[in-house]
Ligand binder design. Structure first.
Ligand code: NI
Length: 181
């Protein structure tokens, strides 16, 4: 088994390159997308310090790769070959199925995550914690309310997976209220 530092390096280099291909940036900023990925991984490292029986190596790989299927040219088979089937299945569950109507995409992804290990729930919580930043200036009230409500849905469905991150997400959602006036 590779050590966690090596798993981290391999996953962040792979994902960093893939997201770079489309010049993808963190939403509403000029930052390269890898900043989002490393922030999600950082949340996972801190959560691991507060969580018993936590498979950090698995969780860190899923955290760093979590948007590769949704946002890049990466395929499921490629992830499976490089990082193993369990990581690939987790990333697939964290990806929206774009064939579904928009309003079903979040609940559908959450339902697929719920069949998997708690570390995958933790990545979903960490992803949303990381995304609850000051919103892009062009978001209107309706978009802000939808984002807050989606965040509540994620919290409700994923809370049992990681108490520490669930508490963090809960307070991030409370803080987000100040943007909705
Ligand atoms: Ni993400």
């Amino acid at each position: 088994m590779l050590n966690i530092q090596t798993l981290y390096q391999e996953a962040i280099r792979f994902a960093g390159n893939r997201h770079l291909e489309g010049n993808q940036t963190v939403k509403g900023t000029r930052l390269p997308y890898v900043v989002h990925l490393s922030n999600v991984a950082m949340e996972i490292f801190v959560a691991a310090m507060h969580t018993d029986d936590f498979d950090l190596g698995f969780a860190v790989q899923v955290a760093l790769l979590h948007d590769t299927l949704e946002d890049t040219s990466t395929t499921f088979d490629e992830l499976k070959e490089r990082f193993g089937e369990e990581v690939a299945v987790a990333v697939l569950a964290l990806s929206k199925d774009e064939r579904l109507p928009k309003e079903q995409q979040v609940p559908d992804s959450l339902a697929r995550i719920r069949g998997l290990r708690k570390e995958v729930y933790a990545v979903k919580l960490a992803d949303r914690i990381t995304n609850l930043q000051p919103p892009p200036p062009d978001w209107n009230r309706e978009t802000l309310i939808r984002y807050r409500d989606d965040s509540g849905l994620i919290l409700e469905a994923m809370a049992e997976g990681n108490r520490y991150l669930a508490e963090r997400l809960r307070s991030k959602i409370d803080e987000y209220e100040k943007y909705i006036l």
